[in-house]
Design a protein around this ligand. Structure first.
Ligand code: COA
Length: 164
């Protein structure tokens, strides 16, 4: 099995949005209400927003391919001067093959290359599968935050941190 990491280009956006939707519906059912999933997908995965992210020098979007097939993606950004892993999603049918680990290793190298000694992320407090993965990747819980995101919804997250 070969895992390749490549930058996301505008031509990839449709496939990435489709994968994001399938992964969110699988991962967040039972964790956040369906209306909030739809609201957050619309907020974070519109084409114009993703195209702007691709052009932004302080954001990095990468995809992982397993044997040439899109398996998942990650997005990183600078947030309050910290290097943040903002998105990490592997298609439900392709999880647990190391694609998540490969994207995190790639993000850590990017962070180091840009002069950061750490990388942070936010994860829903009830997303046990992801928390298990992040602990395995070397992240530890640093903080707890509740963030209003509009529409009457909040994100109820741990902030996790890893040295890179
Ligand atoms: C969390 C996620 C990114 C991990 O990526 P992955 O490619 O599936 O994981 P890896 O192959 O790198 O495995 C890393 C570890 O994650 C944990 N893990 C991943 N999937 C798991 C599952 N279904 N059940 C239990 N543990 C799981 C395990 O500890 C695993 O190590 P192991 O297989 O040696 O036991 C992926 O499962 C995913 O996309 N989940 C749904 C979306 C999500 O919650 N994203 C994070 C948002 S903050």
């Amino acid at each position: 099995m070969t895992i390749d990491i490549r930058p996301i280009t505008p031509e990839d956006i449709f496939a990435i949005v489709t994968l994001a939707r399938a992964t969110w519906l699988d991962a967040y059912a039972g964790i956040i209400p369906r209306e909030q999933i739809d609201y957050m997908l619309a907020q974070r995965y519109d084409r114009a927003g993703l195209e702007a992210d691709i052009e932004n020098p302080e954001k990095w979007l990468h995809q992982a391919l397993i044997d040439g097939v899109l398996a998942g993606f990650a997005a990183c950004e600078i947030c309050n001067e910290e290097f943040k892993l903002d998105k990490l999603y592997i298609h439900p049918g392709m999880q647990r093959n190391g694609a998540g680990a490969a994207l995190v290793a790639h993000a850590a190298a990017l962070a180091r290359g840009h002069g950061h000694s750490g990388m942070i992320l936010a994860v829903n407090k009830h997303n046990e599968q992801a928390i298990r993965a992040y602990i395995k990747y070397g992240f530890r819980v640093r903080d707890k935050i509740v963030t209003p995101i509009g529409g009457g919804f909040v994100m109820d997250d741990y902030i996790m941190e890893k040295r890179v």
